[in-house]
Write a protein that binds this ligand. Sequence first.
Ligand code: PMV
Length: 395
Amino acid sequence: MNIQDDMEWITCDSPVNIAVIKYWGKRDEKLILPLNSSVSITLNHEELRARTTVAISRNFNEDKMWLNGKEQSMKNARLQSVISQIKRLSRKRKTDCDQLDEKLQWKLHICSENNFPTAAGLASSAAGYACLVYALSKLYGINGDISKIARLGSGSACRSLYGGFVIWNKGESSDGEDSKAEQIAPETHWPELRILILVVSDQTKHTGSTVGMQTTVATSELLQQRLQTVPQKVDKIKQAILNKDFHSFAEITMKDSNQLHAVCLDTYPPVSYLNDTSHHIMQLVHAINEDNTSNMVAYSFDAGPNAFLFMQEKDVPTIINILRYFYPSSDPHFLRGLPVPEKDDYHVDYTTFIELKVVPRALKFVIYTKPGPEPSVKETDCGLLASDGLPKLHQ
Ligand code: PMV
């Protein structure tokens, strides 16, 4: 933490996570308690991350927040709930410290930005809330589990507080004390695993996850069916991850994504997140897998048409070759992220995919990444706020 005159500040980075067993539906809207446990993979910071600087000063007149360069209202119930819970925890831990008590009264400036294009339509609230909670916990000197607080900002944010492979246990208690995230294995556990994010060209506005979930819980009969089978799926995917069994991991991942979107269609009125390109990607993935003795690639879709593809590093050049064939693009920055490993000895027989059309420009771009670590504290020079507590960009 940096202390300059009467301002104290800290900057942190936090990762994006992608669920392979999805969270869909709350049993408590206010405490954000889920109806089912979910499992996710935390992605590498280099390619996708939120960065947040939080600062407090006796000279600030009001709480302020900037997100991707634009000032935001602080009148947001979830944001307020996160900040008040962090302060409550800080007070509880340091009751005898007058100085801290005074600092808890100081106004707060928050500045946050993502290193991936907002236009990509990738869920950024999980990384953003995880980053805010992590940074505030460092600023106010809180140790221990803070995933319960991140959960209050955005449910899936609690999973971004851990690296690698993560479970968010739904918990049983009505106060949410046991509804928190836990690491299954660190990112180093399965070093061969890779992720391609296929950003789908798409203009439509999608139903937000909060409203989508509420309508599903109120109307879908299929959701009840799903909830009965999630515990077994969670156990199975945990085993597949621990055994690095890609074939099973891929099958469970795809089936769960399909079930989420089936439940969305069973919602009344239906909620539809996938578009023609999403369906084309699904068909392509199944065609690739059929052409192999075991699964080579798996897809997963959240509340939008973008695809998250999982595969092993050795298969990345082949998959990218196939994607470039079916979704040709003239964009020189079509493929972003990690450098693609060289491989000359692969051969793809496109006649296997005879029924699939080539769809130029169906993808905006592709981000190549891998599992990554938990949030981290950054160097002073990475800070987003200047010494006067205002965003550096705005000076
Ligand atoms: O945490 P929320 O409210 O953004 O909901 C996330 C919902 C999904 O991304 C579709 C599934 C998940 O578990 O991340």
